[in-house]
Design a protein around this ligand. Structure first.
Ligand code: AMP
Ligand code: TRP
Length: 322
């Protein structure tokens, strides 16, 4: 199968990005043809500070590699290095109805959070459709917040096919895993950079420990059984628990009581270090070699363009250009 996904360099990588998306990327690359990119053009809808933006792009590329994306198995690239994507995006926008985009939750949510309602933000799903369709991906691993964007992608591809009577695109399927579809943040809402409730994957240990110790909990006494529903600490422990024995420990601790929230948070921090310790070390190492990271991105873009170019020929031909 051909797999594609991307993450925006619009903030620091967090635990929601990992469990919701990047962990699936790493697993899928074992047996599939994979394309993983940095959605830098998408990020421009929210980040408009060039020095900061440059840093975020390098951080994300370094993070991808440190977490296990392997350039020998996957094509890893920067969206803006594939100019075919923006060209395709235009063709697609001419067969996309305003109504389809007006129904997108993500646009409405971002505007409600104070993001400028630019044309780019409105057209965001069309650019995303171009990312996906340009390499004929079959499967797109993402968190649940991207589900509607995948539906838009399918609608836009179908609309192109209906308009031009030629099936140039593959209609992709989303891959959303139930148990990590929405990873909660430290305040119990969906973990998201825009809520300020994230647990970062990289960066100094101390503030991360502090965030974990600050996860919002109720006032159930130590000896009492603890509620699991809408309990961010419970969900995070379940997601992080590294093996079935640890998962069983979490279940028992909540069901039977006797373990306080403070001790549970300490255990969560241990899981965190077990999960990310090796990647954090690799990150620090790679951070010292930005030239190597850049070389990988450029080589990835060359490979991605080999796949994108023939598709673009088909698209141009279908619409009557050339
Ligand atoms: P973004 O940082 O918005 O580019 O998101 C990158 C990927 O991480 C997307 O597939 C998102 O769906 C996923 N993601 C982000 N936050 C969460 C979360 N709290 N739970 C699950 N997946 C998430
Ligand atoms: N919109 C995605 C997000 O915010 C990022 C993204 C851009 C993407 N293009 C994509 C994800 C194509 C999957 C496929 O997380």
């Amino acid at each position: 199968m051909r797999v594609l996904s991307g993450v925006q360099p619009s903030g620091t990588l967090h635990v929601g990005n990992y469990f919701g998306a990047i962990r699936q990327f790493v697993r899928l690359q074992e047996e599939n043809e994979c394309f993983f990119f940095l959605a830098d053009l998408h990020a421009l809808t929210t980040v408009q500070d060039p020095p900061r933006f440059r840093e975020l792009i390098t951080d994300l590329a370094t993070g991808y590699l440190a977490l296990g994306l392997d350039p020998a198995r996957s094509v890893v690239y920067r969206q803006s290095d594939l100019p075919e994507v923006t060209e395709l995006s235009w063709y697609l926008s001419t067969v996309t109805s305003m109504g389809l985009l007006q129904r997108c939750h993500s646009f409405k949510d971002k505007v409600a959070q104070g993001v400028v309602p630019s044309h780019g933000l409105f057209a965001y799903p069309v650019l995303m459709a171009a990312d996906i369709l340009i390499v004929k991906s079959d499967l797109v691993p993402v968190g649940k917040d991207q589900k509607q964007h995948l539906e838009v992608t399918r609608d836009v591809a179908a609309s192109f096919h209906a308009t031009y009577g030629e099936e140039v695109f593959v209609l992709p399927e989303p891959m959303i895993l139930d148990d990590v579809a929405v990873v909660p943040g430290v305040d119990g809402r969906k973990m998201s950079k825009s809520y300020g409730n994230t647990i970062e994957i990289f960066g100094p240990e101390k503030p991360i420990r502090k965030k974990i110790m600050g996860i919002v909990t109720d006032s159930t006494p130590v000896e009492a059984p603890k509620p699991t529903e809408d309990n961010a600490l419970y969900h995070l422990l379940k997601i992080f628990a590294p093996n079935p024995e640890e998962k069983a420990w979490v279940e028992t601790a909540f069901a039977e009581g006797g373990v306080g929230y403070g001790d549970m948070k300490k255990r969560l921090f241990d899981y965190y270090l077990q999960t990310f310790g090796a990647s954090r070390a690799r990150y620090d190492e790679l951070r010292g070699d930005p030239a190597e990271v850049e070389r990988i991105l450029r080589a990835g873009a060359d490979t991605a363009r080999e796949t994108a170019a023939p598709l673009m020929d088909e698209v141009r031909k279908a619409v009557g250009i050339h």
